[in-house]
Design a protein around this ligand. Structure first.
Ligand code: AHR
Length: 508
């Protein structure tokens, strides 16, 4: 176990050895009709006293724009497989009310539908990722939704869209073929779903110059058999369309918790042992990525099929006094470190991983923003996304950890440093997550291959691993300047316990 004496870590970064480009879409987001994510989060309605643009909350949009959100997944999650898109178009007061059976069994008034979602994406500057309904919908229903959104001529669905006030078709690059079909999306076997995915994908047409990445709903965590079945199902007569495989991506979901499962621990009250257990669990994402990628490499050595992690993040007990079906949880320094660990793994696997979506953007699970009436709080996780945004579309760089303190968690050794780096446009960005709960960490990084100068260094931490922001103390966990020196190619800095840091470099 670590002690409170300052520990040391030594790293090497090869600034001149560029790897795969980190697709900006691994910084994607997820907004489900769940609890207060859409209603009371993004959507307050045009008549609200909270400042809004066409019903969409302005302060939330402004805060999220600062993250350069590349894509937003909607409408679920489990909700996607009981969502019928025609319920959410046309005059709002005429839209049917339905039951959201997965999330709190509440009545959904469908005021936020297709046009509102596309408007939100335009306000955010994000690309839409729509998850269609395989579980309880029909092939025709999904096919017509694609046509409604993306067709430019005088087709029946294009006419219907125009009748609802939108002349021009939208571009929709990402299309999900259901969600968690092994569970809430239909309780199917992998083989059964693979056939469904092929059939639904076939009828998701590319209209009017729109290109679709059709994403087959994938494995729970490290279920490699699921990925294998989806990859095998692509090997069939007629399994190509428009010269592409019938679906172009497979996904998986990975939630972080500690102990015996989700809903077993509070977001803000946990022991040091649970803290390390959580970070060890989060670190498993690297092993899980490697597993899925190894399977995909066997069937698709040329990398034509993308891997997508379209739900990730922490899952804690709901906050006391809130609806258990709404999944509302606080967000601490521990959550921020979980995010740092995930991004390092995403950057390392940039060759195959093309999209990732944190669950979820607002008021649900590991959120960026928590709203409370007209107030809004940025969470520690928000700050990791902001500090890390320079990795988007940058080329990954190898980081070698030569020396790091470690501890034991989940029965194995847990290194207390996680790191990744990238370069773009004459700059480099180094991210460092210090997992140690008690000691400072003296870090020295040998920057090899190119000359470099420190442009800015920042650190994110709080008084404890459980520190969080709320309306009374919105800046308890916020980025602060960090002292970093660079002499003869050696970058030196001291990280406080339980912290996340970024160093921005100008490189020759
Ligand atoms: O993000 C909450 C839920 O978690 C999603 O609806 C579902 O896909 C997953 O089980």
């Amino acid at each position: 176990m670590e002690n409170s004496v300052t520990a040391t870590a030594r790293l090497v970064v090869d600034l001149d050895v560029t790897g795969a480009t980190i697709n900006r879409h691994v910084y994607g987001h997820f907004a489900e009709h769940l609890g207060r994510c859409i209603y009371d989060g993004f959507w307050v309605g045009e008549d609200s006293e909270i400042e809004n643009v066409r019903g969409i909350r302005s302060d939330v949009v402004a805060a999220l724009r600062a993250l350069d959100i590349p894509n937003l997944r909607w409408p679920g999650g489990c909700f996607a497989d009981e969502y019928h898109w025609r319920d959410g178009i046309g005059p709002r007061d005429e839209r049917p009310r339905v039951v959201n059976s997965h999330w709190g069994d509440v009545v959904e008034n469908n005021h936020f539908g297709t046009h509102e979602f596309m408007d939100l994406c335009e306000l955010l500057g994000a690309e839409p990722y729509i998850a269609g309904n395989v579980g309880s919908g029909t092939v025709q229903e999904m096919s017509e939704w694609v046509e409604y959104l993306t067709r430019g001529d005088d087709s029946p669905m294009a006419r219907l869209r125009r009748a609802n006030g939108r002349d021009e078709p939208w571009k929709v690059p990402f299309w999900g073929l259901g969600n968690e079909p092994w569970g809430c999306g239909g309780t199917m076997s992998a083989e059964q779903y693979a056939y469904e995915a092929r059939k639904y994908a076939t009828f998701c047409r590319e209209h009017s110059g729109n290109t679709l990445m059709r994403i087959a709903a994938g494995a729970n965590e490290g279920d490699l058999q699921w990925t294998r079945a989806l990859m095998e199902a692509l090997d069939c007569v007629g399994c190509t369309m428009y010269g592409k495989p019938v679906y172009q991506a497979v996904s998986f979901h990975f939630y972080t918790h500690s102990g015996s499962g989700i809903n077993t621990e509070d977001a803000t009250a946990f022991t040091t042992e649970q803290y390390y257990d959580t970070l060890a669990y989060a670190s498993e994402v690297d092993r899980i990525l490697r597993g899925h990628i190894a399977v995909m490499d066997t069937y698709d050595p040329d990398g034509r099929i993308a891997l997508v992690c379209d739900e990730w993040g922490t899952w804690w007990n709901v906050e006391e006094g809130t609806n258990p079906g709404f999944l509302f949880q606080q967000n601490t320094v521990r959550d921020a470190l979980v995010a740092g660990i995930h991004f390092d793994a995403f950057h390392r696997h940039a060759r195959r991983l093309q999209i990732a979506n944190i669950a979820q953007t607002l008021n649900v699970l590991q959120a960026m923003i928590l709203t409370d009436g007209d107030a809004m709080v940025l969470t520690p996780t928000y700050h990791v996304f902001e500090m890390n945004k320079g990795h988007q579309d940058a080329q990954s760089l190898p980081v070698h950890v030569l020396e790091t303190p470690s501890t034991t968690a989940r029965g194995a050794e847990l290194p207390l440093v996680s790191s990744s780096a990238s370069t773009k446009d004459g700059k480099a960005l180094l991210s460092l997550t210090h997992l140690g709960a008690e000691s400072d960490l003296d870090v020295s990084v040998d920057l090899r291959g190119r000359g470099a100068r420190v442009a800015r260094a920042r650190v994110l931490t709080g008084d404890s691993t459980a520190a969080f922001n709320d309306v009374d103390t919105p800046e308890a966990v916020a980025p602060a300047p960090l002292e970093a020196t660079l002499v003869d190619g050696i970058l030196s800095l001291r990280l406080p316990p339980h912290s996340f840091a970024t160093v921005e470099l100008d490189v020759d």
